[in-house]
Design a protein around this ligand. Structure first.
Ligand SMILES: Nc1nc(=O)c2c([nH]1)NC[C@@H]1CN(c3ccc(C(=O)N[C@@H](CCC(=O)O)C(=O)O)cc3)CN21
Ligand SMILES: CC(C)C(=O)C(=O)O
Ligand SMILES: [Mg+2]
Length: 271
């Protein structure tokens, strides 16, 4: 036998690894990152999924919402993140206006996968035509339901969605339909915990919650929120993991462990 062993090449997690985690009952930890330093740190800690979110418009660019974010921003930040991570699965948001038609969505998704190095794209709303077309062309898609921040100019305010039975029923229906359209993951934002639990149990694809209770298959938060870097009004699901940590890496590790052990979110973080 050779004394030389093969180099320890770590392949990033794949969409099938994430599906297996759901089946096996292992919670999926996810945080946003927009640059190489945080990407490497999250990867080191073992965060399963890095989301290059259009929340970068707010926490990086200082915009009032995610609406001003453009494709060039998403490509640039995706590249910064994917260049250095070894294990984490990388999902990138398609920004406002970039998936108005299926053809447009494909051109933009291809930029995120090719130039950005992302493994999956995320889009807001039950855009079944767009999801089917992307999946048909080989693009893994994460749907995003509940609170849709790209629609803030119609919503007027960031609010919990699906408290009324009729709206809850519609979100459940949309969740079913995006799965049938071929989405391989779903983010549920700001919905009652009971609704998110029902959806997570019903779907076979991983459901990642933010302000959606502990019974989702995984959790996602904006990195800067767990690091207590966000000033202003704090949403319910907000938790400052720096409070119990000695530094940034430990805060991320505490978040990771809290998600894996179902300690986060606690009832006070839920709707
Ligand atoms: N830093 C940051 N963190 C986020 O979680 C985040 C962003 N930015 N930007 C894009 C969206 C906007 N998000 C938000 C923003 C505010 C609330 C919020 O204030 N929610 C109220 C709801 C009150 C109610 O409906 O009763 C809350 O008190 O939780 C929720 C989600 C989530 N996303
Ligand atoms: C908050 C998450 C789900 C997101 O879409 C973002 O960071 O843009
Ligand atoms: Mg987003």
């Amino acid at each position: 036998m050779s004394v030389y062993s093969a180099p320890a090449v770590v392949k990033p997690l794949s969409v099938t690894d994430l599906a297996a985690m759901k089946r096996g009952g292992e919670k999926i930890s996810c945080l946003t990152a927009y640059d190489a330093s945080f990407s490497a740190l999250l990867d080191r800690v073992g965060i399963d999924v890095i989301l290059v979110g259009d929340s970068l418009g707010m926490v990086i660019q200082g915009q009032q919402s995610t609406v001003p974010v453009i494709m060039d921003d998403m490509v640039y930040h995706s590249r910064c993140v994917t260049r250095v991570r070894t294990r984490a699965f990388v999902v990138t948001d398609l920004p406002f206006g970039s998936y108005a038609t299926p053809e447009m969505a494909l051109l933009n998704a291809a930029r995120l996968l090719q130039a950005g190095g992302a493994q999956m794209v995320k889009l807001e709303g039950a855009r079944l035509d767009v999801i089917r077309f992307l999946v048909d062309q080989g693009v893994p898609v994460c749907a995003h339901l509940g609170l849709l921040p790209q629609s803030i100019n119609q919503l007027g305010a960031y609010r919990v969605q699906g408290k009324e039975p009729l709206v809850a029923e519609q979100i459940l229906e949309h969740a079913d339909k995006v799965e049938q359209a071929g989405a391989s993951m779903l983010v549920l934002e700001c919905v009652p915990a009971s609704l998110a639990a029902n959806i997570s149990a019903k779907l076979s694809i991983p459901v990642i919650g933010i302000g959606a209770g502990v019974d989702c298959d995984g959790q996602v938060l904006v990195l800067y929120d767990i690091l207590n870097l966000e000033a202003g009004k704090k949403p319910r699901f907000y938790k400052n993991f720096m409070a119990e940590a000695n530094g940034v890496e430990e805060a991320v590790r505490l978040y990771h462990q809290a998600v894996k052990s179902c300690q986060y979110p606690a009832p006070e973080h839920c709707y």
